[in-house]
Design a protein around this ligand. Structure first.
Ligand SMILES: N[C@@H](CCC(=O)N[C@@H](CS)C(=O)NCC(=O)O)C(=O)O
Length: 207
């Protein structure tokens, strides 16, 4: 990981759509195809294993917020909120974003498993307090950021509950719906039902 450049869009003046497209394009350029090689690229998106397999130091940039992620929907939803916070004038939402190449096993490196023993992206580390605080799980990260900046989450209990209802729906259901569609697409493109049920689709990468 050492020496890998931070991929946070350079300009703090968010050209929202451009930022998101850029971030997303960086990590999803190998789109699923019926081509077997490409499909293999995505076979390791959701592995049933976690924990350290090798030594690998995590980079830490200059901002309080350090994001370790990949441009899957679970990763990009965090950069979208960070960019929205910046666009709304929350300058403390500046962040460094670091690529975790899940296809190559970066999520099992010692530095990453120290902050996220579940070996999934995304993970946010907030260095603004006395101790670095690791926040994992995309929904938890969104809630953390909304509460930290007092933005994008209503204070009123009824509206807050409505907001959280859909946040939890999104985390618990949205990707499974898109995952189901991807699995169907895999099946239609000719791979066996067994391969599909083994997760050889693009459940979260192309959701
Ligand atoms: N519930 C988690 C899911 C995260 C997740 O599934 N991340 C995938 C990429 S989208 C991952 O890190 N996969 C690596 C692996 O399974 O080894 C969240 O919402 O953050």
């Amino acid at each position: 990981m050492r020496g890998r450049p931070c991929i946070r869009p350079v300009s703090p003046q968010c050209q929202k759509e451009q930022c998101h497209k850029r971030t997303f394009r960086l990590y999803t350029s190998q789109s699923l195809d019926v081509d077997g090689t490409k499909r293999q690229k995505f076979a390791s998106m959701n592995r049933p294993t976690a924990g350290v397999t090798h030594e690998q130091t995590l980079p830490v940039g200059q901002h309080s917020l350090q994001l370790y992620f990949l441009g899957t929907p679970n990763g990009v939803k965090v950069t979208i909120l960070l960019e929205e916070l910046l666009a709304a004038g929350h300058t403390q939402a500046e962040y460094d974003a670091w690529l975790i190449r899940i296809g190559e096993g970066d999520q099992f490196g010692s530095g990453y498993t120290d902050i996220n023993p579940n070996s999934k992206i995304p993970t946010l580390v907030d260095h603004s307090g006395d101790q670095p605080l690791a926040v994992l799980e995309s929904g938890s990260i969104l809630l953390y950021l909304a509460e930290k900046f007092g933005a994008f989450i209503p204070k009123d209990i009824a509206r807050r509950t409505a907001c959280l209802n859909w946040l939890f729906w999104q985390v618990g259901s949205a990707l499974y719906i898109s995952g189901g569609l991807c699995t169907l697409r895999e099946q239609l493109s000719g791979i066996s039902e067994h391969e599909a049920s083994e997760g050889n689709g693009v459940r979260c990468g192309e959701g």
